[in-house]
Design a protein around this ligand. Structure first.
Ligand code: MN
Length: 200
């Protein structure tokens, strides 16, 4: 899987939006664990963008209902364009008229481990994604434990499902999308980020 930020760049006017241009594409080639981020995005329709660091970019899905800790919930996830690594720190407002106009909050972030296996052997994330199934262990502030992403449609309406795996971190009662809305970066709510207030 190659880096593919062309679509990301084509869709944005970096003179207008404060989103990162992603110049430091090859910046991370170190031994530390890869990062994930979940960004709450209040655009025409509120959703949660789930991004996993894979091969130098953030592979991305838009999840209308956001992640669930209940293994019985299957959350629809629509793939979106690869984003630069720096995007995981982006919080703010994309101006009116720009792609994705609206407010972005860093709802959760942390590191993750690839748990995708086949017959006891780990499958690299890039090929796991190409084959339409990945399992990751998230170490976030709100999201922890195993999560599986599985492609259920590969046509123009490509769709995946994000499902909490049934492990010690599963919790059907805790509903962080509802009960833990604030930014893990700045402690701000969507409304506060939108108003440009600074809670730091
Ligand atoms: Mn989005």
């Amino acid at each position: 899987m190659t880096r593919s930020l062309g679509e990301y760049e084509r869709r944005r006017d970096f003179r207008r939006t404060a989103e990162p241009q992603g110049r430091k594409r090859a910046a991370r080639r170190d031994r530390s664990e890869p990062h994930f981020v979940v960004q709450q995005h209040d655009t025409s329709r509120l959703h949660y963008d789930f991004r996993l660091e894979v091969d130098g970019v953030m592979k991305s899905w838009a999840i209308p209902k956001g992640p669930s800790l209940d293994p019985r919930d299957k959350r629809l996830a629509r793939p979106t364009e690869d984003h630069p690594l720096e995007y995981r720190d982006f919080e703010g407002t994309i101006p009116e008229g720009e792609y994705g106009a609206g407010t972005v909050v860093v709802w959760d972030t942390g590191t993750f481990r690839n748990m995708t296996e086949r017959r006891g052997e780990q499958i690299p994330l890039g090929s796991a994604l190409a084959h339409g199934h990945v399992a990751v262990w998230l170490e976030g502030s709100k999201l922890r434990g195993g999560f599986a992403l599985t492609r259920i449609r590969s046509d123009r309406d490509e769709s995946w499902l994000l499902v909490k795996m049934d492990d010690d971190e599963a919790d059907a009662r805790r509903k962080p999308v509802r009960s833990e809305p604030k930014s893990v970066l700045t402690g701000r709510t969507l409304e506060e980020v939108s108003a440009g207030s600074d809670a730091r």
